[in-house]
Design a protein around this ligand. Structure first.
Ligand code: KG4
Ligand code: ZN
Length: 343
C-alpha cells in the first residue's frame, strides 16, 4: 500500500488529504473567510492564516484516515504556481515531515493537479481537451497522457473566476462571487442583457475576461445609475453576465476539440462548479457526440486530494524531489508541465 499525505496551500484554502493507492481516504479543506470583506484574496492575510491552520489540518486528516505518521510513504505538496507566502507554509511543513519521517518528498504543480482532479471520481481515457477555469487561471490544454500537457490557450488578462469575483463585487455580493452569481442566476433570464463574448470570433484559443467586467461596470452606470437594483434586475444581470462568461469558455473549448479532432472534454478548477457551465457544456457535447467529464464541486475548488492523485502517479514513477524545492509564483505560459522522470 502507498500512503501519501498531501498538502495544498497555494492560495486561500488550507487543505490536506490522505491518498492510499490513488484513492482519496480523507480530505480537509479550510476556506479562509478573512478575505470576504476585501472582495479578493489579501496575500499577507492568506499566508498568516495558513500558518495558523496547517497544524490542525495535518492532524485532522491523519485522524480521519486512521493512518499513522509512521504508515506514510511520501509527503506531497503544491510548489507552484500560487502566492509565494502561502505556498511556503505548505512547502516548509512538507519538508519538515519528510526529514522527520525520512520519506520522499513529492512536489506537485497546482495546474497539473486540477487537470488530473477529474480522475478522482471518473475513469477518463487520454487524450482529452482540458479546461482549467479558476480564480487564478483560465487555461486550455491538450492532455495527451499523465505528464504530457500541451498548452493551447490561456487568458490574456483576467481569469474566468476573477470575472465572476469582480462582477460580484460590483453587484455588492461579496467574495467569492462565483457561487453567489451561480445561485442568483437561477432566478434570472440569461438573455435579458447582452454582455460581450471576447475573442470568440477571433482566431486562436486565448481568452480575455477583463472586457466583460468593464462592460458590467458601464452597464450598471448607464442603466441603473449605479443605484441599487431590484431583486429581479439583479437576478437578470447575474444570469446574463454569467451566460457571457460560460459561453466564452464553452466556445473556445469546443473549438479546441474541433482543431485537434478530439472527442473528450474535461472541465476542472473552481469555475467548473458552476451549474450553468456544466449544463450548457453537457448539452453542447451531447449534440456533437463529445464525452464530457467534470468533478464534484469539492474537487473543483482548491483541495489537497488532487495533489495526492498527482503525487501517487509520481510515486509510481519514482519522481521525487529533494529539500531544495521552493515556492514559485507563476508558470501560466508554460508549454508543457511534465512529470516524466528526468533522465
Ligand atoms: O480553483 P479555485 O478554488 O482556486 C484557484 O485556483 O484560483 O477557484 C476559485 C474560483 C473563484 O474565483 C470562485 O468565484 C470560482 O472559482 N467559483 C465559481 C463557482 N464556485 C467557485 N465560479 C462560478 N460558479 C461557481 N459555482
Ligand atoms: Zn486552483
Amino acid at each position: 500500500m502507498v500512503n501519501i499525505l498531501a498538502i495544498e496551500t497555494s492560495c486561500d484554502d488550507t487543505s490536506t488529504s490522505v491518498v492510499v493507492d490513488g484513492k482519496v481516504v480523507s480530505l480537509f479543506i479550510s476556506s479562509q473567510k478573512e478575505h470576504n470583506e476585501w472582495g479578493g484574496v489579501v496575500p499577507e492575510l492568506a499566508s498568516r492564516t495558513h500558518l495558523k491552520v496547517i497544524g490542525f489540518a495535518l492532524k485532522k486528516v491523519l485522524q480521519d484516515s486512521s493512518i499513522k505518521l509512521s504508515d506514510l510513504n511520501a509527503i506531497a505538496v503544491t510548489t507552484e504556481p500560487g502566492l509565494v507566502g502561502s505556498l511556503l507554509v505548505g512547502v516548509n511543513s512538507a519538508k519538515g515531515l519528510s526529514v522527520a519521517l525520512n520519506i520522499p518528498l513529492i512536489s506537485v504543480n497546482h495546474i497539473e493537479a486540477h487537470l488530473l482532479s477529474v480522475l478522482i471520481d471518473n475513469k477518463v481515457e487520454f487524450p482529452f481537451v482540458g479546461l482549467v477555469a479558476s480564480g487564478g487561471h483560465t487555461l486550455l490544454y491538450d492532455v495527451k497522457g499523465i505528464g504530457e500537457y500541451v498548452l493551447l490557450g490561456a487568458t490574456r488578462d483576467d481569469a474566468a473566476g476573477e470575472a465572476f469575483d469582480k462582477g460580484a463585487k460590483m453587484l455588492g455580493l461579496g467574495y467569492p462571487g462565483g457561487p453567489m452569481i451561480d445561485e442568483l442566476s437561477k432566478k434570472g433570464d440569461p438573455l435579458k442583457y447582452n454582455f460581450p463574448r471576447p475573442l470568440t470570433n477571433k482566431p486562436g484559443l486565448d481568452f480575455s475576461f477583463s472586457g466583460i467586467k468593464t462592460a458590467l461596470r458601464y452597464f450598471l452606470r448607464d442603466n441603473f445609475d449605479n443605484q441599487l437594483l431590484t431583486d429581479q434586475n439583479l437576478y437578470d444581470v447575474c444570469a446574463s453576465y454569467q451566460e457571457a462568461i460560460v459561453e466564452t469558455l464553452i466556445k473556445k473549448t469546443l473549438k479546441s476539440c474541433k482543431i485537434l479532432g478530439n472527442k473528450r472534454i474535461v472541465v476542472v478548477g473552481g469555475c467548473s462548479a458552476n451549474s450553468r457551465l456544466k449544463n450548457l457544456m453537457s448539452i453542447n457535447c451531447k449534440k456533437k457526440n463529445i464525452e464530457f467529464f467534470t468533478t464534484k464541486p469539492i474537487y473543483s475548488t482548491d483541495n489537497a486530494a488532487m495533489i495526492g492523485i498527482v503525487a501517487y502517479e509520481k510515486y509510481k514513477s519514482k519522481v521525487f524531489s529533494d529539500l531544495t524545492i521552493t515556492a514559485k509564483s507563476n508558470m501560466i505560459r508554460a508549454k508543457i508541465i511534465s512529470n516524466k522522470k528526468a533522465t
